[in-house]
Design a protein around this ligand. Structure first.
Ligand code: PLP
Length: 378
């Protein structure tokens, strides 16, 4: 079986270095917000080319603390893609603000920038964009809109560590960005972790306090904060993994290119290759298939594990019954058709080629019954 993602193999590359780090950590005895966290913060802000990085407990908290840091609250509106992982939306509703959903474009999975401006009202405080599946959003157009209306741009960069737009890394493209270091992300810890990057010194000071009970100085509390700190042990492991990120992303690009050039099957719609290959880090390689269950079943029988990101859009979730009257046809059809093929820096070329071969042999019985044209062609 080709696993969707082999985390053991990903981390095995640094097995002895990690053991050594853990040994040092154990002997040093500083477990919370100590030198590994501040070194990682320095190194990651340098990597993203931002002035500040603040390590937090996870990606959802990174998003929520940015919104709270900008004082976004009940009565405010935040524009967000309707097609995203639910955490993006949970962060908005956690502050009491209202998410205003905008559909993706028909040919990319990212938010349709042309449909943002019509949603801006005098309540709009921010646009929370998501670099979905690892593809950086086109920020030039977006910055013009945000500047004109004096609203913040916040990046959900949880899937896009290392992606670039015009030579600038995600994390530095808006007013502030949220990263997740969940184990499966392009830069993943061995547990939960997250970070905020920004050039805004006022925001940086505030979220640094918010993550730590609202305090900078022990027992002096400026805000009603939370406990959401990046773990010292996770920071030390992330410092080992950060130097591999660029070459890992290159491997992902290579695999995506092989899939795109070699999967040729009328039943499988491939993702669009970006014009600038640096803008995509292929956290996920997502195709669209009309009879998804059947395709996944077929791939499984061939020994290939596939997953779905994501089967139900946030506004269609039971948790968000207040949005049940919203109907977003592009998002909803994507949710029904998307399938993610394995992509990771530890896959072998045999595995990649095998996946190409079986994908090319896939024939949909249902579709062939209904589509005589295809049958007569093949
Ligand atoms: C993973 C992810 C998050 C949440 O990160 P956690 O660390 O799991 O809380 C938020 N947004 C997107 C797009 C994600 O993929």
């Amino acid at each position: 079986m080709i696993k969707f993602l082999d985390l053991q193999a990903i981390n095995h590359r640094l097995h002895s270095e990690m053991i050594e780090k853990f040994n040092e950590f154990l002997i040093r005895g500083n477990y919370i917000l100590s030198e590994e966290v501040s070194r990682f913060e320095q190194e990651f802000s340098q990597y993203c080319n931002t002035e500040f990085c603040i390590g937090v407990g996870n990606g959802l908290d990174a998003l929520t603390l940015i919104l709270k840091g900008y004082d976004i609250k009940e009565g405010d509106e935040v524009i967000v893609p309707s097609y995203t992982f639910i955490a993006t939306v949970l962060a908005i509703t956690a502050t009491g603000a209202t998410p205003i959903f905008v559909e993706p474009g028909a040919h990319t999975f990212n938010i349709d920038i042309n449909r943002i401006e019509e949603q801006i009202t005098d309540k709009t405080k921010a646009i929370l964009v998501v670099h979905l599946y690892g593809e950086a959003v086109d920020m030039d157009k977006l910055s013009v809109i945000a500047d004109k209306h004096k609203i913040k741009i916040i990046e959900d960069a949880a899937q896009a560590h290392g992606a670039e737009r015009n030579g600038r890394k995600v994390g530095s493209l808006g007013d502030a960005a949220a990263f997740s270091f969940y184990p499966g992300k392009n830069l993943g810890a061995l547990g939960d972790g997250g970070a905020i990057t920004t050039n805004d010194n006022v925001l940086a000071d505030k979220v640094r306090a918010l993550r730590n009970y609202g305090s900078i100085q022990k027992y002096v509390h400026l805000y009603k904060g939370v406990n959401s700190r990046l773990d010292e042990i996770q920071a030390s492991l992330l410092r080992l993994k950060l130097p591999l990120l660029d070459s890992d992303n290159d491997t992902r690009r290579e695999i995506a290119k092989i899939y795109n050039e070699n999967i040729k099957n009328p039943h499988i719609i491939l993702p669009q290759m970006p014009r600038d290959e640096k803008s995509h880090v292929w956290h996920l390689y997502v195709v669209r298939v009309e009879n998804r269950n059947e395709f996944q079943e077929y791939m499984k029988l061939c020994g290939v594990e596939t997953l779905v990101h994501y089967p139900i859009a946030p506004h269609n979730q039971r948790a968000y019954s207040e949005f049940k009257t919203i109907h977003h046809p592009i998002t909803e059809s994507m949710s029904k058709e998307v399938v993610s093929l394995p992509i990771s820096p530890v896959m072998t070329m045999e595995q990649v080629n095998f996946i190409v071969t079986v994908a090319n042999k896939y024939k949909s019985p249902n579709l062939e019954k209904n589509n005589k044209e295809y049958v007569s062609q093949s």
